[in-house]
Ligand binder design. Structure first.
Ligand code: SF4
Ligand code: SF4
Length: 268
């Protein structure tokens, strides 16, 4: 891996490479450059997961002249596909070095160690939702019980925006979750369930099932399960699987299968 990164840098295929480095005892995202080849040896593989492609898009917004490489798990690659078809980055502007570790149904590989089954306490088992459920198993619940359990989960929300901020495919400059006509301000918890439903609707055809939102949520709301259900509906109703290729058009709730993928970066 180190040799490949050095090769990309030294041959000028990329100007910087986004990977991970231990800093202050934590594996954190880091930009490696050809000016410091020794430092490339400090790049680590491991369980750390950040939306490196989102960082690449942010860097490119300020420095569109750069060529960027990223260490990419399956989820990074799917997110990069979504960002590309939504014109946040031009095709080929970000190069990937692949790492295989994905447990998602959207996977091409299946040996992830990052998202293992979670353990819960009695309270969550009694009145909340087990984050390990599949949408099918959740739907097998009686509707009023399912509703009550979701409301319990949503009412824990601190409106910290961590789920949005970590999400690799949340790229809108103006966010509906901060629009005062949709979301009330100044109160906690946020209006339930509107805050979560607004986000769920916006994840339709965009969420690539990376689970970062759920990992970031300080109160353990099963967000990934919620968006999985949304995207099952998208797949069933529109025959659209998110992030699987650069050739698919961006999904829209007014979906038109004849729409073409976009070419220019940073359009929205
Ligand atoms: S799982 Fe969460 S963080 Fe990942 S793409 Fe979907 S909404 Fe965004
Ligand atoms: S990360 Fe969790 S607590 Fe924070 S806004 Fe999202 S759902 Fe609410």
């Amino acid at each position: 891996m180190h040799e490949k990164v050095l090769n990309l840098l030294e041959t000028g295929k990329v100007d910087i490479f986004l990977g991970y480095k231990m800093m202050a005892g934590h594996p954190l995202p880091h930009a490696f450059g050809r000016h410091n080849p020794v430092e490339v040896q400090e790049m680590i593989l491991g369980p750390a997961r950040y939306p490196l492609e989102k960082l690449a898009v942010e860097i490119l917004a300020a420095r569109p002249d750069l060529k960027i490489g990223i260490l990419a798990r399956d989820c990074n690659r799917r997110a990069l596909n979504v960002l590309t078809v939504h014109q946040q980055v031009a095709p080929g502007q970000v190069q990937v070095l692949e790492v295989s570790c994905c447990p998602s149904p959207l996977q091409r590989h299946a040996d992830c160690s990052s998202l293992e089954a979670k353990e819960f306490g009695a309270g969550k088992k009694e009145i909340g939702i087990d984050n390990n459920l599949t949408p099918d198993r959740l739907e097998a619940m009686e509707p009023t019980e399912r509703f009550s359990r979701w409301m319990y989960e949503f009412q824990k929300c601190l409106k910290c925006y961590g789920c949005r901020d970590i999400c690799p495919v949340c790229f809108c400059r103006e966010c509906s979750l901060e629009h005062e006509d949709l979301i009330g301000t100044g109160d906690l918890p946020p209006e339930v369930p509107i805050f979560h439903l607004v986000r769920a609707v916006h994840m339709a055809g965009r969420c690539i099932d990376c689970g970062l939102c759920e990992d970031a949520c300080p109160v353990d709301i099963p967000l990934r399960l919620l968006y999985r259900k949304v995207n099952e509906l998208v797949a069933d109703l529109f025959d659209y699987k998110t992030g699987l290729s650069l050739e698919q058009p961006p999904f829209s709730l007014l979906f038109d299968k004849t729409a073409q993928p976009a070419a220019a970066p940073h359009g929205a």
